[in-house]
Design a protein around this ligand. Structure first.
Ligand code: IPM
Ligand code: MN
Length: 343
């Protein structure tokens, strides 16, 4: 067995633990040995203990080779967990503190979806933009209340993300990259993004580049997803576009992601794009594909190239032959189907 990587596993809430279990099973089948440590974090943990992500746990997480995360979040409408507490205190804290500056989200159009047979990648900046938390509320609760929420865009942050996106585009057969922003309205941040994009492009003359405003990109994604090969965009646009892309390419249950610290001075984090889906938790109906594909991305990032490509080929084979006319496959069936392709 190759490996023996130290992996922190945060199953989290709802279907999170179930889909990670499926992913770990497939990793085992491809023969990579993981030394896993489970961390109990998320909404249920918070409600039991009042803790979100204690500092000592965060420091411990920094010692791992990688982190696998299932999903965190309370059931919709839960009044017991304040809005944003887990998002800011756990997931975004990990993205920021571990400097996971690239959020890599690949999409493969399953048969029957609008994007059948097409694939693309979104590179979402993951540590800045409106997510940085700049702003505040003045005179809260009064008639004169003021709320501001800024967007932080540093040349350093934009450039390292754009460069990573060009690197990825240069390795793909189509070699096409599109910047998505809103330069016609966000004339400060958009200007910085566009200039950096054009500057970095000079080092990648073989990569064909284009630009779309984010509103138009939503139309193109739905009407002509083949227009895009690699999209690079800011944190909030990337969040929204990748939910849209998830749906266009067949469903959010297939959408994987890698939160990467490409300077490799700490662990990267791998998680499905979907949330906790409390409504189907425990029913065996969760789609494990996003988690399995995220785990394949983790193996690739850890340098287990052979195992990673066998695992992602098995997932892609499964997706290519996916029959939308069949009754919905359940967690165990899907996992078995992917494992069968590895034997
Ligand atoms: C995602 C999620 C997160 C985000 C939430 C849970 C904070 O929607 O990973 O896309 O907005 O980035
Ligand atoms: Mn999202």
């Amino acid at each position: 067995m190759a490996g023996n990587y130290k992996i922190a596993v945060i199953g989290g809430d709802g279907i999170g633990p179930e889909v990670l279990e499926a992913a770990l099973e497939v990793v085992d089948v491809v023969g990579v040995k993981l030394d896993t440590t489970m961390y109990d974090l998320g909404a249920a943990h918070y409600l039991r203990t009042g803790e979100v992500l204690p500092d000592d746990v965060l420091s411990t997480l920094k010692e791992f080779d990688a982190i696998m995360l299932g999903a965190v979040g309370p059931p919709i409408g839960s009044v017991d967990v304040p809005d944003g507490l887990l998002e800011r205190g756990l997931l975004l804290k990990l993205r920021f503190d571990l400097d996971l500056y690239v959020n890599l989200r690949p999409f493969t159009g399953i048969p029957g979806s609008i994007a059948t047979g097409h694939d693309m990648v979104v590179i979402r900046e993951n540590t800045e933009g409106p997510y940085a938390g700049e702003g505040g509320i003045l005179r809260k609760g009064t008639d004169n209340e003021v709320a501001t929420q800024g967007s932080v865009n540093t040349r350093y942050g934009v450039e390292r993300c754009v460069r990573a996106a060009f690197d990825i585009a240069a390795q793909r057969p189509a070699q096409r990259i599109s910047l998505v922003h809103k330069t016609n309205v966000l004339t400060y941040s958009g200007d910085l993004w566009k200039r950096v994009f054009d500057e970095v492009a000079a080092d990648f003359s073989q990569v064909e580049r284009s630009y779309s405003h984010v509103d138009a990109a939503c139309i193109y994604l739905v009407e002509d997803p083949g227009r895009y090969d690699v999209i690079v965009t800011d944190n909030l646009f990337g969040d929204i576009l990748t939910d849209l892309a998830g749906s266009v390419f067949g469903g959010i249950g297939f959408a994987a992601s890698a939160n990467l610290n490409l300077s490799r001075n700490g662990p990267s984090l791998f998680e499905p794009v979907h949330g906790a889906a409390h409504d189907i938790a425990g029913t065996g109906r969760a789609n494990p594909v996003a988690a399995i594909r995220s785990a394949a991305m983790m193996l690739d990032y850890l340098g287990e190239k052979d195992a990673a490509s066998r695992m992602s080929d098995a997932v892609l084979g499964y997706l290519r032959e996916y029959d939308p006319a069949q009754p919905v496959q359940h967690t165990a069936d899907t996992t078995r189907e992917i494992v069968r392709r590895l034997q």
